[in-house]
Design a protein around this ligand. Structure first.
Ligand code: CP3
Length: 342
C-alpha cells in the first residue's frame, strides 16, 4: 500500500485528497496542554523525545490525519548553532542577536548542530516505529531567510525590519549567515531522514517580505541549494516548500527550487493557484485558519470549494497557516469529514 501523501507528492491526482494540518499538535487540544504542562516549558517539550513523540501522535489518534509532522520548532537550529533561545510566555521567542561579523564568528560550525539536535532525531525514530502504517511522517526545518529574521532581530518582528536593515548595511555578514543556515539545514534535515522522516518541509514564513532580486537570492536560491543536496544524498526524497505570502512568487517556485509540492497560504485564491501553481505539480493548502475558530456552514462550504478548485491535479488538503490556540477541536473533525465525504 502506498501512502496517500506520498502518492500526491509523486504527482498523482486522487479522488479524495489526503489531509493534515499545520500546528496540528498544539494548544487548541486539551491533551497537548496537559503534556505541555508535564514538560514544564515549550523547549523542554521539544527536547524530550517521549513527550515530543506523544504530542505528535495526539492529533493522529484523535483525527486520523494522513500525515504526522514531527513536533519541534524552526528555531532549535539557531540554538544548535550557539544562539541563546528562550520563549517568553504569551509573547513568543527570544534569541541573542546577530548584528555583526563578530556575532557571526561566535556561532558554532555546521557539524556541531547534531549535539543539540540529537533528541529531535530520537523523536523521529520513536515516531517511525509508533505511527500507524498508513500515516506519513513529515520532518521539517525553517528556511534560512525566516530563521535569519529571528536570529538577527532576537525575536519575531512584524516587518522583518532588522533583517532587511542588516542585508542593506552589511550584505557580506547577512549572506554568510544565510549560507551557514543553508548548510546547517542540510545536515539537520538529512539526519531527520536517516532517523525515519519520509518527507521534509521547509517553512519560509516571512518569504513574502522579500521582493524582486532579494526574493530570488534569499527565498529561492538557499531553498534550491538545500533541496538539491538533500536529493543528492537521499534520491527520491519528497520535499514540500512553503514560501508564505510569496504571491506571484509562487508561480514557478517548484520548478526554480526543485520542490515536489508548494504549500499555499490563504492570501491566494485556490482557483488562481490551480491555474498558475498546480500546473507544475502538487500543491498543499489553503483553508484560512480562522474557519477553525468560527466553524459553521462557512467552514464546510469553504473546505468543499478548495477541494473542488484543486480536484484537477495533485493536492494535499491543509490550512493556509497554523491552527490557532482558540480553535474548536470539533471544527477540525468537520473539516476532515468535509474533505473525505464531500
Ligand atoms: O506544525 C506542527 O504541529 C509541528 C510543530 C511546529 C511548531 N512550530 C510547534 C510550536 C512547527 C512546524 C513550527 C514552525 C514554526 N515555529 C514556524 C514556521 C511556521 C509558522 O508558524 O509560520 C515559526 C515562525 C516558528 C517560531 C515560533 N514558535 C513562534 C513565533 C512561536 C510563538 C508563537 C506561538 O504560536 O506561540 C513558536 C512556539 C510554538 N511552536 C508553539 C508550537 C505548538 C506554541 C508553544 C506553546 O506550546 O506554548
Amino acid at each position: 500500500m502506498t501512502k496517500t501523501i506520498l502518492m500526491a507528492l509523486k504527482g498523482e491526482r486522487q479522488a479524495v485528497p489526503p489531509v493534515w494540518m499545520m500546528r496540528q499538535a498544539g494548544r487548541y487540544l486539551p491533551e497537548y496542554r496537559a503534556t505541555r504542562a508535564k514538560a514544564g516549558d515549550f523547549l523542554s517539550l521539544c527536547y524530550t523525545p517521549d513527550l515530543a513523540a506523544e504530542v505528535t501522535l495526539q492529533p493522529i489518534r484523535r483525527y486520523g490525519f494522513d500525515a504526522a509532522i514531527l513536533f519541534a520548532d524552526i528555531l532549535l537550529i539557531a540554538q544548535a548553532l550557539g544562539a541563546d533561545l528562550w520563549f517568553e510566555t504569551g509573547e513568543g521567542p527570544r534569541l541573542s542577536m546577530i548584528t555583526s561579523a563578530a556575532d557571526l564568528a561566535r556561532l558554532k560550525p555546521v557539524e556541531a548542530v547534531h549535539e543539540t539536535l540529537s533528541p529531535v532525531y530520537e523523536t523521529v525514530r520513536i515516531l517511525s516505529e509508533e505511527l500507524p502504517k498508513e500515516t506519513t511522517l513529515i520532518g521539517f526545518a525553517g528556511a534560512p531567510w525566516t530563521v535569519a529574521t529571528y536570529m538577527i532581530a532576537g525575536r519575531g518582528t512584524p516587518d522583518q525590519g532588522p533583517a532587511h536593515a542588516l542585508k542593506a548595511a552589511d550584505r557580506a555578514t547577512f549572506a554568510a549567515l544565510i549560507d551557514r543556515l543553508t548548510e546547517a539545514t542540510v545536515e539537520y534535515l538529512s539526519a531527520q531522514v536517516e532517523a525515519g522522516a519520509e518527507v521534509v518541509k521547509l517553512f519560509d514564513s516571512w518569504a513574502g517580505s522579500l521582493k524582486g532580486a532579494d526574493f530570488t537570492d534569499f527565498a529561492v536560491k538557499p531553498v534550491q541549494r538545500i533541496i538539491a543536496e538533500l536529493k543528492r544524498r537521499h534520491p527520491g526524497l519528497p520535499i514540500i516548500a512553503f514560501p508564505r505570502e510569496a504571491g506571484e512568487g509562487y508561480v514557478g517556485f517548484a520548478r526554480a527550487t526543485g520542490a515536489d509540492c508548494v504549500a499555499l497560504d490563504n492570501s491566494v485564491s485556490a482557483d488562481w493557484a490551480a491555474e498558475h501553481v498546480q500546473v507544475d505539480g502538487c500543491v498543499q493548502g489553503n483553508l484560512a485558519p480562522h474557519h477553525m475558530v468560527t466553524g459553521g456552514a462557512a467552514l464546510v462550504e469553504e473546505t468543499r470549494r478548495i477541494v473542488r478548485a484543486f480536484a484537477g491535479g495533485p493536492h494535499i488538503f491543509n490550512l493556509g497557516h497554523g491552527i490557532t490556540p482558540d480553535a474548536d477541536p470539533d471544527s477540525v473533525q468537520r473539516m476532515i469529514d468535509a474533505v473525505r465525504e464531500g
